[in-house]
Design a binder for this molecule. Structure first.
Ligand code: 5AD
Length: 386
């Protein structure tokens, strides 16, 4: 207690605000009005620092100072959607489109497995070429070849029956950002055929089917207000995702939003901390967008409470074509080849990259940690080779 009092004196922070954040940390919830108040000031340096400190404490209790890695395979940049913010939107004629073959995808997994990845994320635009039949074949092959790995899909909105079939074939997790929980803001960011209701129904379907389900949103998308962000936090608290990714909006030069300002790095970090406190067990990514907007974005994301990184395993020649926003990182510490660079950077801030599937754990479990909070070695948390 004395420490916390010293802390806000030092940071020149309103003691009431500290108490609010402490309550958020202890109860993993806060009355809506107080959350609104917190959101209004959360990107101020002192508040952000206090939030991050509390978020790190929670993260350390649950996960130790470990970070999970997921191998991202961006297997098609064809997309039937025309989201106003996205560089691979259908109407962008300047994208050179590609699809990886089954064998190329399996090669990415094989290379990733050798490097220590135990989760593969198949991510793509909504590409009708990948029928259920093709996807099911791929899912089965991956699960058969690497039974020790988790498979995450991120291929957009599908009928319940397709999600069910992928799940039966062995898919474990699904990422589908809700983008914004506010229906009006959702409509402003998307063409008329896409709605917040449809998106949220897909997320509910995924959860019902037993996927570890991930949602998320952009910070600072054009027209976004703090009230929209409040809706996002409330939606996520209700939905209880197992995974989440948030990152700043970044403009792409071939989209209607080319002249819009990027989202705030600091606000994104503050929201990462708030999410860690609201959903303590959340598998929360330090996203590529965060790494793109700031040279130490990934590390700052981890220090704000994130515990997942997703380096790129796609073949080098196609990487630049999966360009959702300008300057999107895909090399160095953001790539499979740069894993030792990434591990070194994380070690530099006191965190260990682990070889593990990194599944969602239901409780404030200590199964991953001994009483000192150190990660265990062995199956569930083997240390990365130095
Ligand atoms: N800036 C930041 N994030 C973006 N995404 C798409 N376009 C952009 C952009 N311009 C995010 C969306 C999508 C995810 C794959 O990438 O939230 O769900």
């Amino acid at each position: 207690m004395v420490r916390e009092i010293d802390m806000y004196r030092e940071l020149d922070m309103d003691p009431m605000l500290c108490q609010q954040i402490d309550r958020l940390k202890n109860d993993a919830c806060l009355p809506t009005d107080e959350l609104r108040q917190l959101l209004a000031v959360c990107d101020q340096p002192a508040v952000r620092a206090y939030l991050a400190e509390q978020a790190r404490t929670v993260q350390k209790t649950i996960f130790g100072q470990t970070v999970y890695m997921r191998g991202l395979i961006e297997f098609t940049n064809y997309c039937q959607n025309d989201c106003h913010y996205c560089g691979i939107r259908k109407s962008n004629r300047n994208v050179s489109r590609y699809r990886l073959t089954n064998d190329e995808i399996l090669d990415c997994c094989a290379a990733g497995h050798r490097k220590g990845f135990r989760t593969f994320v198949l991510q793509g635009g909504e590409d009708p070429f990948y029928t259920d039949e093709r996807l099911l074949r791929l899912i089965k092959q991956i699960k058969q070849n690497w039974p020790d790995c988790a498979l995450t899909l991120s291929v957009g909105e599908k009928p319940f029956s397709s999600y069910a079939a992928y799940r039966r074939a062995g898919a474990d997790r699904y990422l589908l950002r809700h983008e914004t929980a506010d229906p009006g803001h959702y409509s402003a960011l998307h063409p008329a055929n896409l709605t917040a209701a449809k998106r949220q129904r897909c997320l509910a379907d995924l959860k019902r089917l037993g996927y570890q389900t991930g949602c998320g949103f952009m910070v600072g998308s054009p027209g976004q207000t703090r009230e929209h962000l409040l809706s996002d936090l409330l939606f996520m608290k209700r939905f209880q995702p197992e995974m989440a990714g948030i990152g700043p909006f970044l403009p792409h030069h071939d989209t209607p939003y080319k002249n819009q300002p990027a989202g705030s790095f600091e606000l994104t970090l503050a929201l990462i901390s708030i999410l860690r406190l609201l959903l303590p067990n959340l598998l929360l990514s330090a996203t590529t967008a965060l790494g793109t907007i700031h040279p130490e974005g990934r590390e700052q994301g981890i220090l704000a409470g994130a515990n997942v990184v997703m380096p790129n395993l796609s073949p080098e020649p196609v990487r630049d074509q999966y360009c959702l926003y300008d300057n999107k990182l895909n090399s160095g510490a953001e790539s499979g080849e740069g894993l030792s660079d990434l591990a070194g950077r994380l070690a530099g801030i006191g965190y260990k990259l682990v070889v593990a599937r990194g599944d969602y754990m239901d409780h404030r479990s200590t199964a991953f940690c001994n009483p000192a909070g150190q990660p265990l070695t062995g199956k569930s948390g083997e240390h990365m080779p130095a």
